[in-house]
Write a protein that binds this ligand. Structure first.
Ligand SMILES: [Fe+2]
Length: 318
């Protein structure tokens, strides 16, 4: 059931196009005078062009033409009714086919142009987020570049886990901003070399919520990053008491997957980076530490993907 749900979600647009096409094929099949319903075939073409691009739109148009040609061979009397001119019908069908192909190409082209513009906008806004995070970390040589490194690693983990391109982008945006809440914490606490007091620890821990509140003000494209930033220091599941009377049973509520991914990348980067009070660990030592927390602090799937990323991409082992 879960697999069907996942497949439906992944191929939702294709399913819509195929459903519309099947509906129209059925209507045409049961219609005695098929010439009158040919314009309905523009619907799957428009849907394919809008959702799937030029290639799929033209392919859908060719499929529609082949379906109509099949009906023409199977039920010629539904096209050439008594008293109609055969040449006229054939010319009409040829004109209809040409317009179908032209429409599919035009809508597909417009879709691809729109996608290109959106891609440019997205890469511009990710670039701005990257500049912002570099700027915020520029004052502290120990955290310089931390968010950008965490963002790259989180992106690779998310992609390895098979997340959709939009989800991967949300993870990357959240990773770039995961510590933005620290701008509301005093530098004395942030740079304190000695152990933090309980009050200071509480203040430090509040940076996740503070960060989530800051980016929630932006809304729009950063909306999906809010719950991820809010949970990036939580264990991969939270234990919640159900509203039962004895309160002995507990249910496990997992944190957003993006937060679980960033938690792994964040912990690894923090461990391999030098701190004022200790030198950075070796990558293999840091990996072992992360692995120890699998199933408790860290999401098993995220750690598995992280291991794969580390073993295939040398850039993280320096
Ligand atoms: Fe953090």
């Amino acid at each position: 059931m879960e697999k069907i749900k996942e497949y439906t979600f992944k191929h939702f647009e294709k399913i819509i196009v195929v459903s519309i096409l099947l509906g129209i094929v059925l209507i045409t099949y049961f219609t005695p005078y098929k010439m009158g319903f040919l314009n309905f075939f523009y619907l799957p073409i428009i849907a394919a062009g809008y959702f799937l691009g030029k290639r799929m739109a033209v392919l859908t148009a060719v499929s529609c033409i082949l379906i109509v040609a099949f009906f023409l061979l199977l039920f010629p009397s539904s096209f050439f009714t008594a008293g109609t001119n055969k040449t006229y019908i054939i010319v009409s069908l040829a004109a209809w086919s040409s317009f179908l192909i032209l429409t599919s190409a035009a809508i597909g082209y417009l879709y691809e142009e729109k996608e290109k513009k959106i891609k440019e906008l997205r890469s511009a806004y990710m670039g701005i987020l990257e500049i912002l995070s570099k700027y915020l970390e520029s004052a502290d040589r120990y955290t310089q570049g931390h968010s950008v490194r965490v963002a790259h690693l989180s992106e690779d983990i998310a992609r390895t886990m098979g997340l959709s391109p939009v989800e991967v982008e949300n993870v990357r945006a959240a990773a770039l901003l995961h510590d933005i809440g620290k701008i509301e914490i005093s530098l004395d606490v942030l740079h304190k070399a000695a152990a933090l007091t309980d009050e200071e620890k509480e203040l430090m821990d509040s940076h996740s919520e503070k960060g989530a509140r800051i980016i929630s003000l932006v809304g729009g494209v950063l909306k999906e990053a809010v719950p991820i930033v809010s949970a990036h220091h939580k264990y991969f599941f939270e234990t919640e008491k159900p509203p039962s009377e004895n309160g002995t049973e507990h249910t496990r509520k997992e944190v957003p997957l993006g937060a679980a991914i960033i938690a792994v990348a964040d912990a690894y980067d923090a461990m391999v980076t030098d701190r004022p009070y200790r030198a950075g660990m070796q990558p293999w030592q840091a990996f072992e530490e992360v692995e120890k927390g699998t199933g408790k602090q860290f999401h098993p799937g995220a750690v598995k993907a992280f291991k794969k990323v580390l073993s295939t991409q040398h850039k993280y082992r320096k």
